[in-house]
Design a protein around this ligand. Structure first.
Ligand code: HEC
Ligand code: HEC
Length: 265
C-alpha cells in the first residue's frame, strides 16, 4: 500500500519534469534572442518584400557585430562575401546570432529565427557582396547517390576531424568538430560549401556536387547503420565500450553474489 502511494506522485513528478523541460529550453532560446540581439520576435506583420524584411532583421540581430554593410566589426568577421549559403547554415543551425563573442559559435537545439526569416536575411546578405547561394538544386537526389563513393570521400576528407563514425572530436585551440548526427542534408552541403570556422571549404573543383551528395548519403547511413549485434552504446569506441562491459559485468557478478548470500541465510 505504501509503495503504491509513493509510486503515483513519483510518476506524476516525472511526467511534469518531462513536460516542463523542453518548454523552459525554448523559453531560454527566445529570451536569448530578445535580450541578446533585440530581435523583433514578431512574425505576424512584416514587410512583404523579403529584401526589406531581411535588411530589417539583419540590422536588428546581426549588424551590431557584422556591420551595416557586412564589413565586420573586430573580432566579428566580415560576412558580405559569405553568401546566402553561409547565412542559412549559421542561422538554421542556431549558431548565429551569437550571444557573447566566442572563438566558436555552437549549434543550438533550435534556431532563433523561422525558416522564412532566415531566407529573408540570407537573401539580403547576398546583395552585400559575392558568395555562394543556398544549394537547393545541388542537394536534390542525394538519396540516389553512390554510397561507396561517399564513404571513400568521407574517410579521406572528413574523418580526421569528425571521426570515422561522424561523432566529432576535439581540435586545437579549444575548438571542436561537431557530431554530424543532427545536420540536415542542406546543412551538410552548406558546411562543405562555406567551410564554417576551422573547417576547410570544399569547392566544386575539389569535391564535385555528385561527391558532396554521396557524402550526405554516407552521413545519413552513419546515423542508422545496421548494428552487427550486441548493445548499441552510441558508438563510444573500444575503450569506453570495454569499460562499460567491465563495470556492467562486474555489477551483475556482485548482484549474483548478494543474491546467493541472501539465499544462504
Ligand atoms: C555578438 C556578435 C555577433 C552577432 C550578434 C552575430 N554574429 Fe555572426 N559571427 C560572430 C562571430 C564572432 C563569428 C565567427 C565565429 C564562428 O564562425 O564560429 C560569426 C560568424 C558568422 C558567419 C560565418 C562567416 C563565414 O564566412 O564563415 C555568418 C554567416 C554570420 N556570423 C552571420 C550572422 C547573422 C546572419 C547574424 C544575425 C542573425 C549574426 N551573424 C549575428 C559574431 C556575431
Ligand atoms: C579540419 C577539420 C575539419 C574537416 C577536415 C572537416 N570539418 Fe566539418 N567541421 C569542422 C568544424 C570545426 C566545424 C564547426 C564549425 C563551426 O564551429 O561553425 C565543422 C562543422 C561541420 C558541419 C556542421 C554540423 C552541425 O551539426 O552543425 C558539417 C555538416 C560538417 N562539418 C561536415 C563536414 C564534411 C562532410 C566534411 C568532409 C567533406 C568535413 N566536415 C570536414 C571541422 C572540419
Amino acid at each position: 500500500m505504501q509503495a503504491r502511494a509513493f509510486r503515483r506522485p513519483a510518476a506524476a513528478l516525472l511526467a511534469v519534469a518531462f513536460a516542463v523541460l523542453p518548454a523552459t529550453g525554448a523559453q531560454a532560446a527566445d529570451s536569448a534572442r530578445t535580450s541578446g540581439t533585440g530581435g523583433s520576435g514578431s512574425t505576424t506583420s512584416h514587410p512583404s518584400d523579403p529584401l526589406v524584411w531581411g535588411k530589417l532583421l539583419y540590422e536588428e540581430g546581426c549588424a551590431s557585430c557584422h556591420g551595416l554593410q557586412g564589413q565586420g566589426i573586430a573580432p566579428s568577421p566580415a560576412i558580405k562575401d559569405s553568401g546566402a549559403a553561409a547565412v542559412d547554415f549559421e542561422v538554421s543551425t542556431g549558431r548565429m546570432p551569437l550571444g557573447t563573442i566566442a572563438n566558436q559559435a555552437l549549434r543550438r537545439a533550435h534556431s532563433l529565427y523561422t525558416a522564412e526569416e532566415t531566407q529573408a536575411m540570407a537573401q539580403y546578405v547576398a546583395t552585400l557582396g559575392n558568395g555562394p547561394a543556398i544549394p537547393t538544386q545541388q542537394v536534390q537526389g542525394w538519396e540516389n547517390a553512390d554510397m561507396a563513393l561517399g564513404g571513400q570521400v568521407f574517410r579521406t576528407n572528413c574523418a580526421q576531424c569528425h571521426s570515422f563514425s561522424g561523432q566529432g572530436g576535439a581540435l586545437t585551440w579549444g575548438k571542436q568538430a561537431p557530431n554530424l548526427m543532427k545536420a540536415t542534408p542542406t546543412q551538410i552541403y552548406e558546411a562543405m560549401l562555406v567551410g564554417p570556422n576551422n573547417m576547410p571549404k570544399f569547392s566544386d573543383q575539389t569535391l564535385p556536387p555528385a561527391e558532396k551528395r554521396a557524402v550526405i548519403k554516407y552521413i545519413e547511413f552513419l546515423r542508422q547503420p545496421d548494428n552487427p549485434g550486441g548493445l548499441d552504446l552510441g558508438r563510444l569506441g573500444p575503450v569506453s565500450e570495454g569499460l562499460f562491459g567491465w563495470f556492467g559485468g562486474f555489477g551483475i557478478l556482485v548482484a549474483i553474489a548478494i543474491w546467493i548470500g541472501v539465499k544462504a541465510k
